[in-house]
Structure formats: C-alpha cells, structure tokens
Design a protein around this ligand. Structure first.
Ligand code: SF4
Ligand code: SF4
Length: 187
C-alpha cells in the first residue's frame, strides 16, 4: 500500500471518528437540555404517573362492555342477537328465552338468558353497540382489563349486566314524625 493511500485511509478514519463524536455530543446535549428543563420545571412533563395519575380519555373512547338497564331495573337486552351478527370477531354469544308474567327480565317478549363476550377476541370496534336496537350493550371507558387466566376473559351476563337500581331500604311510613318534619323542612 502506497503512502498516499495510507494517508487517505487515515484521513477517512479520523473524519468518521470526529463525525461519530459530534453526533454523540449533539445527542447528549439534547438529553442534558431535556433533563435540565424537567428538573427546573421549565416545560410541562408529557409523562403521566400512571396509575396514580390518569390521562383524560377521548369522548368516544370504547373499552369494556356493559349491559344496561332501564330506570325501573328491567334489562334493555331483548336477546335479539343483532350484536352477535354485527360482531366481526364473532365473540358474542346470546341465548334468548321468553319472559313470563312470573319472571319478567325485559319489557319485550324475550330476554337474554345467556350473554357472553370473549374479550380475548374483541377488537373494541363498537359494532355491537351500533347494531343494538335498544341501546342495551354499550362500551365504556374502563380500560384496565388485564387478567391472568384465559377463562377470566370470558365475560358472562352476570359480569356485564349493570347492577339493579337500589330499592329504598327504609319505607317512608317508618320515619318518625319529627324526622318527617325535618325531611320536609329540608325541602
Ligand atoms: S366491540 Fe366489536 S369485536 Fe368487540 S364484541 Fe363488539 S362488535 Fe365484537
Ligand atoms: S345487546 Fe342489543 S343487539 Fe345484542 S341481543 Fe341484546 S338487544 Fe339484541
């Protein structure tokens, strides 16, 4: 190898080393600038300290499903299976049964005797909610759905159904007169 070739190789090597050192210095400078900004609180941090802090979710966020009820406690679901038909992941299973005068669960003729969603297959598209004619199935903002066992991701009707509205535990007739007067005074 000639002298000039060696000189060129050395020049290239030195250039690469200087270039690398410059890139590292620029990177470290950026890191240092952000560190100082955070320490002196010059800029608001974009980091959310989850789970102590929660970020505001977008209004149309869709996560966990719920089966809802009417104000009188009757279930909105009428077991029509339109949600199951609309589901692209085929993860909803509905088994309908007839309401009777003795056991009425929904205002319609039928109700969902069994309602299941396999949450491992759900893609949270919300098609089930859009397809439901009674507004029974809704996706709300609860997003902490992690679990340890695959079977725990099979959400049953009992898990999905909203609790029934609480019945008054103390009948008005049992309130003593002085308490009634105080209640009336409160308006
Ligand atoms: S959100 Fe989409 S994928 Fe999930 S159950 Fe509803 S329709 Fe199926
Ligand atoms: S959730 Fe809605 S669409 Fe699905 S079975 Fe019930 S009423 Fe029908």
């Amino acid at each position: 190898m000639g002298f000039l070739t060696r000189l060129n190789a050395l020049k290239n090597q030195a250039g690469a080393t200087v270039g690398g050192a410059k890139a590292i210095a620029i990177g470290m400078g950026i890191t240092l600038r952000h560190y100082v900004e955070q320490q002196l609180k010059l800029k608001p941090s974009g980091t959310v300290q989850y789970p102590e802090e929660r970020r505001e979710q977008y209004p149309r966020t869709r996560w966990r499903h719920y089966l809802t009820r009417y104000d009188d406690g009757l279930e909105k679901c009428i077991g029509c299976s339109l949600c199951a038909g609309a589901c692209p992941a085929r993860c909803i299973y509905v088994e309908a049964a007839d309401n009777t005068d003795e056991a009425r669960y929904s205002p319609g003729e039928r109700y969902a005797a069994r309602y299941e969603i396999n949450m491992l297959r759900c893609v949270f598209c919300g098609y089930c909610q859009d397809a439901c004619p009674t507004g029974a199935i809704v996706l709300r903002k609860d997003f902490e759905l992690a679990d340890y066992d695959r079977l725990d991701f099979l959400y049953t009707k009992e898990m999905l159904l909203e609790p029934a509205p609480l019945a008054p535990t103390v009948p008005a007739s049992s309130i003593r007169p002085v308490e009634r007067e105080l209640e009336a005074a409160k308006g």
